[in-house]
Every structure is written in C-alpha cells, then in structure tokens.
Design a protein around this ligand. Structure first.
Ligand code: KIV
Ligand code: ZN
Length: 553
C-alpha cells in the first residue's frame, strides 16, 4: 500500500440532492425479485453449470417462489441456448414464472435470442450496454450520442422481432451497465431514449434496471443516484425501477435496501451472493432482513439447508459458516453470556405462548423458520459458560441441573474443555458429568441399602466398602436419607448435613431411572454437590449422598 492513497485513487463525487427523501422512508413491502443465478451467477463460475445443473437450480429457485428468473444469455454459447430450449420444450416453466434472457445491443445476438425464445409463453428480454465514462472511453471509444444510438438500435431490433413471438407476453428490460459509475444525467438521457423507442405505458411498463455493476461508493450515494433518477426520468409512470448491486465494497445488501427506500421496486440478485468478483447482491439476506422486520418477502426459505445443498452442488461454491441466515454457525453461540441469554430467552418466549413476538437476545430470527433447530443454537467450547453446559444437558438428555450445581459444574466442564482445546458434544459433556459426580465410588462405595418407615420413623440397613473394608451399618431418621446419615456416623464418617436434595426422572418406560442431586455441608462448612442415578428412586438419593461425600474428601 502507498502512504498517500489520494495520489492514486480519487473520492467519488456526491450526487447533488439536498432535499433527498429516502432517509425518512421505511420499507413496508417486498420488491419484485428476480434471480440472476443462472446468468450473472453462472458467468462468474470457473466451471459454468451444465444443463442438468442449471435445471436443478432453476427448479430450486421456482420452489423458493421466484417469479422472474434470468435463465441465461442464449446467444452466448450452445449450452446457454440449449438450456433455454430445454426449459421451453420440456414445459418446465410454470405458468406464473417469467424467464428473462440477457442480450447485448447487437442485431445478430438479438436474432439468435429470439430463436431461443420460440414457443415461450412469457419472457423479459434484457438489453444492456455500458454507459460509464471509463467504458465509453476505454471499451467502445465512443462519445455519448453514439452510446445512446447503440441503446436505441438495440431496443428497435428487439421491437421489430416481436411478431416472431406472436402470442407471447414479451417485456423489455434495459440496463445502462455501470449505472452507478455513470453521470446521473446521462443515465436518464439514455433511458429516456430507450423508452421512446419501446413505447411503454403505465399498464405495460419497461423495466429500467440500474446496476451497481461495480460498487464504487457508499450505499447512500447509490440511493441518491436512484432517487435522482426516479425524479428526473421523463415517464416515471411507465417504468419499473430495478436495482442490481454487486458487492465490491461489501455493502451490496445495504445499497439495495437504501435503493428500495429511494424508489426502486424490483431487485436482481443471486442466492448467497454468488457472482462476479465479490459477488452479486445476496437475495436471501435482503429477503430475510425484511422477514425479521415482520414483512413477508414472498420467498420461502423454510428449508435453508436443503437450498444450500442444491446451491453448493450446482455451482461448486460454498456458503461460508458465518454467512447471514444460511451459514453453519449463524445460530450457534459459543460465548457463555450469549448462551445464557439465549437459553433464558427461549424459555421465556415459549412460556409466552402461541403468537408471541420474537424477542430473543442474540437471535434475530427463529432458526426453526428456516428449518434449523434450537439444538444448533448452543455448542460448547472453552468460551462457554454454565448456561451452555446446562442447556445441552437439559435439551439433549433431560438432565435439569439445579442452578447452584450449574455454578459448580460449569467451571469444571470449562476447564476440561479448555484442556481438550476443542468443542465438545453433548454426549461428551454428559460423560464428564458422570465421571465427576455419578461415578464417584471411592473412597466410599455402596453395596446394599434398604429402608422401611413406620409412623414417620425410618430404619435403614446398608453395607458399604471403604478402603477395602466392608461395613454393615444401621441407622434411624425421619426419612431414608436421614437414617443413612445416622448410619454413616457409626463408622466414623465426619459429621455432615444434607442441605439440598432434588430428583428428576431420566427417560420413561421400563428403562426409566432417576437422577438425584444432593448437596451436603461438611463439618468444616464446605458445600459440595453429589449425584446418583438408579432405577430405584431411593437408591438414587443414597448414591447421591455417597457421591457428595466422596467429592468432599
Ligand atoms: O452487473 C451488471 O451490470 C450486469 C448487467 C448485465 C445487468 O450484470
Ligand atoms: Zn451483474
């Protein structure tokens, strides 16, 4: 990098629009969506999709609810042409879906495009030519009037060929490519000229697509350009304003959203933002951004994982793990405080009943709306706190740890995970808990226990082993645990007190067992937890006492 970038790069000139209206607007409904996965997305692949991959992705786009799909550039290659023909000849285009095809302002290419469209019911012919100063100078070597003439001719050649598709509903879309890098006055001039040639009406509008072909400025500048354009185009009532952003500065989604505030009505983009360089606008992100504000996007991403699978299989691209809404990790919290807040939020939300507004810390959207599971929300690594540990044990195994026990076990589990240096599964956590509490059978091990109660007085008989020596003990108390505590005193176990005791069922049916959580206070005043698991409820509690005593040693 150079110390003074202003010697090499220049700032982008702002649009003069002091009374801009878009900052005061809000979005209230979804735009018309057009997927350009099969064209712009496809042309950005090192190995473009073959016909069967395109067909699979086309079907997936239809299933998501896209009603306008740019299927290719039929005059560009045999595959592109064959794909268009296949869609038409196999009757694969649903009644309510319009296919869109891209073509440059060249007569031979337009002719071939019309051949590809023979038999289509409804289509958008998308004409484009570059308009920016750099493209005019470097690529075409032409002045503005010649560029306008190029666009006019393209529109005329398309119009002249409409009789070839008699009976079909054909609309025109025109893109002044590199719109965002073009002088706004010139963009309006060239679009006015194309409209003059095509002759749209308020009932049969032309689509004016204003591409951010290369993202060159901040999203507010693009919004200004869109508002300026909408205010200055001669027949605004005869045009549907479409935006098509790319993501060179990483703000393609923001640019699209601000452009919608500024008057755009239609959005072109791709699934997960595949496209040239840093990609096209990610339609999934913008659609779900609307959804999380309570606005129906008119697209369905209920099975996000399946859609991601189709996309990855067809394009050979991958969706990064932190990609908004779709990435593997986006409904996963590693940080302990996040886990705790999510866990409490989920409990509170489900307690509010059917129809409760979603308001969960750290989760902007209910993962289950996208076919993902709450279980995915919390995973445990060394950054996790007691909340995540408790959540996993409860959600996976129904083991609901008392709060104070969570505080004791959380740090122990964290240390163990830290030592492993990786994330752990719920099963591994359960095994840690078992090792730490349930399987603590030394120095004291229980062999046999029996208690009976009459009139609130319980007598117990137990046999135990301590350091290789067997003991048979008896005791009396107001419950089996109290009787056992007395019995232990007779073999010289340090006096202790049971200060907390809870039990929950584990599983159901004949396999059902119980887990008891027992907290003791030792003679020295230490509070220690123990846990016991047994199919016999009473034994589970006695094993809990033994576990606590063994841990207190
Ligand atoms: O990015 C772009 O400008 C395009 C046009 C062809 C619409 O893809
Ligand atoms: Zn593009």
């Amino acid at each position: 990098m150079i110390p003074d970038p202003s010697r090499k790069y220049r700032a982008f000139p702002p649009v003069v629009l002091p009374d801009r209206q878009w900052p005061g607007k809000t979005l209230s409904h979804a735009p018309v969506w057009c997927s350009v996965d099969l064209r712009d997305g496809n042309q950005a692949l090192a190995v473009p999709m073959n016909v069967s991959q395109k067909l699979e992705l086309f079907d997936a786009l239809v299933a998501c609810g896209f009603k306008e799909i740019e299927v290719g550039f039929p005059s560009a290659s045999n595959t592109e042409f064959a794909f268009m023909r296949r869609l038409i000849e196999d009757g694969r285009i649903p009644e309510d879906v319009t296919v869109q095809v891209l073509v440059q302002a060249r007569e031979d290419l337009i002719e071939r495009t019309f051949e590809a469209l023979q038999g289509v019911r409804r289509a958008i012919v998308h004409l484009y030519n570059s308009t920016s100063p750099a493209q005019r100078r470097i690529v075409f070597g032409l002045e503005k009037p010649q560029i306008v003439e190029m666009a006019r001719k393209g529109a005329r050649w398309i119009k002249e060929r409409l009789p070839k598709l008699a009976g079909a509903d054909i609309r025109l879309e025109y893109s002044p490519e590199s719109f965002s890098a073009t002088e706004v006055e010139f963009s309006v001039e060239i679009c006015d000229a194309v409209m003059e040639e095509w002759g749209p009406s308020p009932e049969r509008k032309i689509i004016l697509n204003l591409p951010d072909t290369v993202e060159v400025a901040m999203p507010n500048v693009y919004a200004d350009q869109i508002e300026w354009f909408c205010r200055n185009i001669k027949r605004r009532d005869c045009a549907l304003i479409s935006v098509h952003t790319h993501n060179d500065r990483g703000t393609g989604a923001a640019a699209t959203e601000l452009a919608l505030l500024a008057g755009a009505e239609r959005v072109e983009g791709t699934l997960f933002g595949n496209g040239e360089r840093t990609g096209n606008l990610d339609l999934v992100t913008v659609a779900l951004n609307l959804y999380m504000h309570g606005i129906s996007p008119g697209l369905d991403f209920s099975d996000m994982s399946a859609l991601r699978g189709v996309y990855e299989r067809c394009t050979g691209m991958t969706v990064p793990p932190r990609h908004p809404y779709a990435g593997e990790l986006v409904f996963t919290a590693f940080s302990g405080s996040h886990q705790d807040a999510i866990r409490k939020g989920l409990v509170e939300w489900s307690g509010r009943g059917e129809g409760a507004i979603w308001d969960i810390p750290y989760l902007t959207i209910d993962p289950s709306d996208l076919g993902r599971e709450y279980r995915e929300v919390i995973r445990v690594n060394s950054q996790s706190g007691k909340g995540g540990v408790a959540y996993l044990l409860e959600s996976e195994f129904g083991i609901e740890l008392p709060k104070e026990l969570q505080r004791e076990f959380g740090p122990l589990a964290n240390d163990a995970v830290d030592a492993l240096g990786r994330e752990v599964t719920a099963l591994e956590l359960k095994e840690m808990f078992w090792r730490e509490y349930v399987e603590r059978r030394t120095p004291l091990a229980l062999h046999h226990f029996h208690a009976d109660g009459v009139d609130g007085v319980f007598r117990c008989r137990a046999s135990l082993r301590r350091e290789g020596v067997e003991f048979a003990v008896t005791g009396e108390g107001n419950g089996p645990i109290a009787a056992f505590v007395t019995a232990l005193a007779s073999i010289g176990v340090e006096p202790f007190e049971v200060v907390d005791y809870r039990q929950v069922a584990l599983g159901s049916g004949t396999e059902a067992s119980a887990i008891s959580f027992v907290r003791i206070r030792t003679g020295a005043g230490r509070l220690v937890w123990g846990a016991g698991v047994n199919t016999h409820i009473q034994l589970a509690s006695i094993e809990g006492v033994i576990s606590a005593l063994n841990r207190a040693v």
